[in-house]
Design a binder for this molecule. Structure first.
Ligand SMILES: Cc1ncc(COP(=O)(O)O)c(C=O)c1O
Length: 394
């Protein structure tokens, strides 16, 4: 077998260098732990960027997957597949929408939402689509068209026409961007990659009022925030917004590639035969996983997240008090937390890895914590201890 250094060298040779990878060659994972090829263990506070809600090797998930593997892996959407139908039905009941389109990723869910919004706009004389500064919706052309970050877009235009990006959390500027021409507005209630920035209540109220007055389609991106991550089923749950579409991804697949667009009554009848499609979207194995994720949340996992969130909050507050010169601010909710530093976050995230803790740096100065939703109190405290040691050393 290759040594860790050998794998890293080979990896760096074969891939387009678009990712900054941890210098870890993972051999296996269990619960909230990763184990590298040299036998070192790491506590995972990133969960595959908010994907592995049930951690690794969750017994019920594994059982459901094995059962599905024995039946079939992939059929295509030319067939009716029970796991897909059951998952769609459960999602619609849970979210209160009318139709589902399954995808393989979050970006594709956003693409689907934008296409549907364009079609609605074509029928209603509205052509513009709006995103917000700091928003992150994926890397394909649709999402990139409603994002502003230069480093994601440089020399890769042109992007979709009639797309705009407005300041986030600035209710006063909203009327300049949202008009009678607006077909759709896309937002995250808590911007994830943007640095765990929560929409303020006055901003959300202003948006809800404009939605009511002007009648554009409101698309809420719950790809990172959905399925208990913030301590509620969805981040939009406790806001005044009434979304027309919801995009989901990440956690719903429990580690398999799965996303979806959910549409409410205003868009439910807009797509007919051939208007959209995907070879893999709603793959049976991924949907079987999705059903387990939903069942776990329904059977106590959501309450567990709320308990763990309270504990994490207390410990983060203590950390803040202990290191006020290093920590500028704490952000986020539930098990989606950001520690805003007074310095670049990447070196600290790297140092954490050497101490056996996986965390991620985002928005330059923010340490992002997205532990698996199944994390225990003991594991949370272990992670905080490692962070404390690192802060002490700075
Ligand atoms: C809020 C949000 N939307 C969309 C995406 C894109 O999802 P994917 O990477 O699965 O295409 C992400 C991914 O990080 C995300 O956090």
């Amino acid at each position: 077998m290759q040594s860790a250094a050998g794998w890293i060298e080979l990896g760096n040779h074969v891939f387009f260098p678009v990712y900054s990878r941890f210098p870890i060659v993972v051999d296996r994972a269990k619960g909230c732990m990763l184990y590298d090829v040299e036998g070192k263990s790491y506590l995972d506070f990133l969960s595959g960027i908010g994907v592995n809600a049930l951690g690794y090797g969750h017994p019920r998930l594994m059982e459901a997957l094995k059962e599905q593997i024995d039946r079939f892996l992939h059929l295509s959407n030319f067939f009716y597949q029970p796991p897909q139908i059951l998952l769609a039905q459960k999602l619609l009941q849970r979210i209160g929408m009318q139709k589902v389109f399954f995808t393989n990723s979050g970006s594709e869910a956003i693409e689907a939402a934008l296409k549907l919004a364009r079609r609605w706009g074509a029928q209603n004389g509205k052509g513009e689509i709006l995103g917000f500064i700091g928003g992150f919706h994926g890397r394909t052309y649709g999402p990139l068209s409603i994002m502003h970050q230069a480093r994601f877009r440089e020399q890769m235009g042109p992007f979709l026409p009639d797309t705009f990006v407005a300041p986030f959390n600035d209710p006063d500027t909203l009327p300049q961007f949202i008009t009678e021409q607006t077909a759709a507005v896309v937002l995250e209630i808590i911007q994830g990659a943007g640095g765990i920035i929560e929409a303020t209540s006055d901003f959300l109220q202003a948006l809800a009022d404009l939605h009511q007055d002007l009648g554009f389609l409101l698309i809420v991106d719950e790809i990172q925030t959905g399925f208990g991550r913030t301590g509620s089923w969805f981040a939009v749950d406790h806001t005044p917004l009434q979304p027309d579409m919801l995009t989901i991804g990440k956690a719903i697949g429990g580690g398999l590639p799965l996303g979806a667009l959910l549409g409410g009554s205003r868009v439910a009848d807009l797509w007919q035969l051939e208007h959209h499609g995907s070879t893999y979207g709603g793959n049976a194995l991924a949907c079987a996983a999705g059903l387990v994720v939903l069942e776990e949340l329904e059977n106590g996992l959501l309450e567990h997240v709320q308990q763990m969130a309270t504990i994490l909050e207390e410990h983060l507050q203590q950390l803040h008090q202990q290191f006020p010169h290093l920590i500028r601010e704490l952000r986020g909710r539930g098990l989606m937390r950001g520690i805003v530093l007074n310095q670049p976050a990447a070196p600290l995230a790297q140092a954490a890895v050497y101490e056996g803790l996986i965390i991620n740096a985002t928005a330059r100065i923010v340490l992002r914590l997205l532990p698996p939703l199944i994390i225990s109190e003991e594991e949370l405290i272990t992670g905080i201890r490692i962070l404390t040691r690192l802060f002490e050393r700075i």
